[in-house]
Design a protein around this ligand. Structure first.
Ligand code: NAD
Length: 307
């Protein structure tokens, strides 16, 4: 295979980080006919992936050695850089020309640093954070927001097709993370706004269902209302009907808001509502609801509103 060809089934792909998102993605690639060499320091993560067709390697170096692409799904940018660097890392052990696709949600500057170091090592790198949660990772319906060279994006296209419903190249290195963090900051603001509007409507004597019936098809409509409605009833599949079982946990939203607001501060952006949403979701986490879906923000607003 030429180093410029799209990475088609049959190719060897290393997958580093086999957790909630990485595990199902690695399994889906194996099911699609890729030779997937996985690595994770947690034995249970390796066992679950091995049971569904992923070959487990004993080290990062062994996982990446014969691979034409290396995908990563790690908790933080610091870990991505740690996995890339050093004598046992990806950059020292993968062949020049290897395509690196980092699907983790990380700081924009860390993503750009990782891509720069990959370029120096003669490799092509993409930041390709995802949305769609564990359900989307298992179903192969993730959305990828991608930053990096067009050539790298074209090579990765068959991988995105297996793993996702949609992949959009947003610009150069870091652009995928920019879009991910901006989207999630907006989502946090929406979810608080929907919760406050529902609290106000009910406080003024209108049923949540009546507000929903109008707003869900009017100018207030957004995913935080129409899919993730934070009161039980109007949307039977929303987490509010299942004691706010995630969905998208408050702890994960707080991670993304931390990265978004760090970028707000560095860039000098006037994002008052983003900062306010961060303070609100921090308090929700501090109240012990970090493991619940982030629509649980409604519960505190309703209580403090006397509902
Ligand atoms: P996770 O903690 O379940 O998985 C991360 C995996 O990385 C773990 O299995 C861990 O053992 C492994 N790991 C840690 N250090 C490692 C190392 N040095 N080498 C190899 N593996 C190592 O996290 P997750 O929920 O799967 O999330 C992964 C990434 O995807 C995060 O950046 C997260 O923000 C992002 N994300 C998660 C979701 C979600 O719903 N869970 C949604 C969108 C994006």
């Amino acid at each position: 295979m030429s180093s410029a060809s799209p990475i088609a089934p049959g190719a060897t792909v290393a997958f580093i980080g086999l957790g909630h998102m990485g595990g199902p993605m690695a399994v889906n690639l194996a099911a699609a006919g890729y030779r997937v060499q996985g690595y994770d320091p947690v034995p249970a993560a390796c066992e679950a992936a091995a049971a569904e067709g992923v070959t487990i390697s004993g080290s990062i170096a062994a996982a990446v050695r014969d691979a034409v692409a290396v995908m990563t799904s790690l908790p933080s940018g610091a870990l991505v850089l740690q996995v890339y660097r050093g004598p046992d890392g990806v950059l020292a052990n993968a062949a020049p020309g290897t395509l690196l696709v980092d699907t983790s949600t990380v700081d924009v500057d860390e993503a750009r640093t990782a891509a720069g170091e990959a370029r120096t090592a003669g490799m092509l790198a993409l930041d390709a954070p995802i949305s769609g949660g564990v359900v989307g990772a298992k179903a192969g319906t993730l959305a990828f927001m991608v930053g990096g060279p067009q050539e790298a994006f074209d090579r990765a296209q068959p991988l995105f097709e297996v793993l996702g419903a949609r992949a959009v190249r947003c610009g150069d290195s870091g652009a995928g993370e920019v879009v991910k963090l901006c989207n999630n900051m907006l989502l946090a603001i929406h979810q608080v706004g929907v919760a406050e509007a529902l609290a106000l409507a009910q406080g003024l004597g209108v049923e949540a269902q009546a507000f929903f019936d109008v707003a869900s098809v009017a100018t207030g409509a957004c995913w935080a209302l129409t899919t993730n409605c934070p009161v039980p009833g109007p949307v039977p599949t929303s987490p509010a009907n299942h004691d706010y079982e995630p969905g998208f946990a408050v702890d994960l939203m707080n991670k993304d808001l931390g990265l978004a607001i760090a970028a707000v501060e560095r860039s000098g952006t006037d994002a008052e509502l983003g900062r306010h949403a961060q303070a609100i979701f921090r308090a929700v986490g501090d109240d012990g609801d970090g493991g619940r879906d982030f629509s649980v923000v409604y519960r505190g607003i309703a209580e403090r509103s006397g509902l």
